[in-house]
Design a protein around this ligand. Structure first.
Ligand SMILES: [Zn+2]
Length: 216
């Protein structure tokens, strides 16, 4: 087990495969884009893009189909990534170019982490702050929260962000937490969702099936 882990590339041993990847820089024009990496997302599902040891040049996050970046210059919507390109890659490449051109500054990772919100104790609001309050969203949120309870998931900070959006969840069967899509957790065509639950496979599919009535 330990040997297997050691033999893997270091970039895959972090909890989230979207996190911690080192990206080889490309040189374009006169400015050299620095080496950068995408760090572990925070509980607002924001992925820090880091240069050097620990300098954050911005944070990337998804809102429905769009990807946005937050930098020292504020928030900017980069819209949809090209087909087949992960949003984190598009956003990170954009940030690296902006940084190389001197248009944005850096913030130490420690400071970014210190300023991140902490998990709520107790229930989170029904809807994500960016979700308009209307009957459709309220009903969707109620269905989603019932589904989370039935499948032993807990929302950590925000309410329902929509079906196809990152939602930072805690697995109550183990200690895993990270961004998930409700559309992946609700099952399809009357079938329950994957018993693998999340990266790492949780406590094992057999145990998961035994614990959750939806699989019976
Ligand atoms: Zn788990």
């Amino acid at each position: 087990m330990t040997t297997q882990l050691l033999e893997r590339p270091a970039t895959i041993t972090v909890p989230d495969t979207e996190a911690g990847r080192f990206i080889v820089p490309a040189t374009g024009g006169s400015s050299t884009v620095p080496t950068y990496r995408v760090g572990t997302p925070d509980i607002q599902c924001r992925y820090p893009v880091i240069v050097g040891e620990d300098q954050v040049i911005g944070r990337a996050y998804r809102w429905h189909r769009d990807w946005l970046v937050l930098t020292t210059e504020g928030e900017r919507n980069l819209r949809r990534p090209p087909k087949g390109t992960p949003g984190t890659d598009m956003a990170a490449a954009h940030l690296a170019e902006e940084y190389a051109a001197g248009r944005i500054g850096t913030v130490p990772l420690d400071q970014v982490l210190a300023e991140a919100p902490t998990p709520l104790c107790g229930p989170v609001p029904l809807l994500h702050p960016r979700m308009p309050v209307n009957d459709r969203n309220t009903e969707g949120a109620q269905i989603a929260f019932a589904g989370l309870a039935a499948h032993h998931w807990r929302a950590v900070l925000t309410g329902f962000p929509g079906s196809d959006n990152h939602w930072y969840l805690n697995c109550e069967l183990c200690d895993w937490e990270g961004p998930k899509f409700w559309s992946h957790l609700r099952g399809r065509n009357g079938e329950p969702p994957s018993a693998r639950r999340h990266k790492g496979g949780c406590i094992g599919e057999d145990k998961v099936r035994r614990l959750i009535p939806a699989y019976h």
